[in-house]
Design a protein around this ligand. Structure first.
Ligand SMILES: [Zn+2]
Length: 290
């Protein structure tokens, strides 16, 4: 029996199989509308999986997806989960000017609130793209009334990372109520390892994630933040042959085993929505501004 007192944050980054960073040089943005939309069906599978496990979660969703799959947005809300923002079309925040970021946030929020019929107060930057280059993005989120952000990966990775950022909840904008909830890292010989999900969860043995979450829950007494994508539970998705081998390996490994692995993870630890977790973590968030 593991420690059920620590409720971890469960999140789904809702984007389709053709919207991932790994394929951005192979599949063009203009082609998205001609590709097969599978995200709605995959969200439905995930909702069933969550019901079976008896857990609630947060769905960080692209405005682009919400426009095309409004029924999935309503189902997320009706079944007791949090609908939150992942931006409009997965443009990384560090490529925006401040004005462009304001516009992207507002566009996504309006679509999500319309389709979900609820207020949107949580945000996750595409590819954890808030880092040392654009810490002003947190100011923008605070100015626009977001309660929390989960947009920082406090680790070095080939695509992202803010290695100096705190590993647990912090207040990035002094004087505001905004709390940043970084994605989980574990410590191994004083090095931070990305351990919050995505490809790591799917590709590495389940034992790695179990070790990392136990460390965070039991030794550090903090919640873990886990994320995955709808396309990861979809072994039948179209294959992108022209993509680099490294990207294909990362994207297609163990897709058929993902649902079973998730069921193990959901059964072994306690999970809940990110907005509720942010509310609990607020009291012990440290002030940390770049
Ligand atoms: Zn994403």
């Amino acid at each position: 029996m593991t420690d059920s007192r620590v409720i971890n944050g469960l999140s789904v980054d809702v984007e389709d199989w053709f919207q991932v960073g790994a394929f951005e040089n192979t599949l063009k943005r203009e082609d998205w509308d001609s590709l097969q939309l599978r995200v709605g069906d995959n969200v439905a599978r995930i909702l069933d999986l969550f019901d079976e496990a008896g857990v609630k979660a947060t769905f960080f969703t692209l405005g682009w997806v919400a426009e095309r799959s409004p029924a999935a947005m309503r189902a997320i809300v009706e079944r007791g989960h949090e609908l939150a923002s992942h931006g409009y079309d997965h443009t990384r925040v560090f490529t925006f000017t401040r004005e462009e970021f304001v516009a992207d946030l507002a566009k996504a929020r309006a679509i999500l609130e319309d389709t979900g019929g609820c207020a949107i107060t949580g945000y996750r930057a595409p590819s954890f793209s808030i880092d040392a280059r654009n810490s002003w993005a947190h100011e923008v989120l605070a100015e626009h009334g977001y309660a929390y952000s989960s947009s920082v990966a406090p680790v070095v990775h080939d695509h992202y990372g803010w290695r100096e950022a705190p590993r647990f909840a912090f207040n990035p904008v002094p004087g505001s109520d905004l709390v940043e909830i970084p994605v989980t890292t574990a410590l191994f010989r004083n090095r931070r390892l990305a351990a919050g999900g995505g490809g790591f969860f799917r590709v590495l043995p389940y034992g790695f994630s179990r070790w990392a979450i136990r460390q965070v829950n039991h030794e550090e007494g903090r919640p873990a933040i886990f994320y995955f994508h709808p396309w990861e539970v979809d072994p039948d998705q179209p294959r992108v042959d022209g993509a680099p081998l490294r990207s294909r390996l990362r994207h297609y490994t163990n897709l058929s085993r993902m649902a079973g692995k998730l069921t193990d993870l959901l059964g072994e630890f306690a999970w809940g929505r990110m907005d509720e977790l942010a509310e609990r973590e607020k009291a012990r968030a440290m002030d940390w501004a770049a």
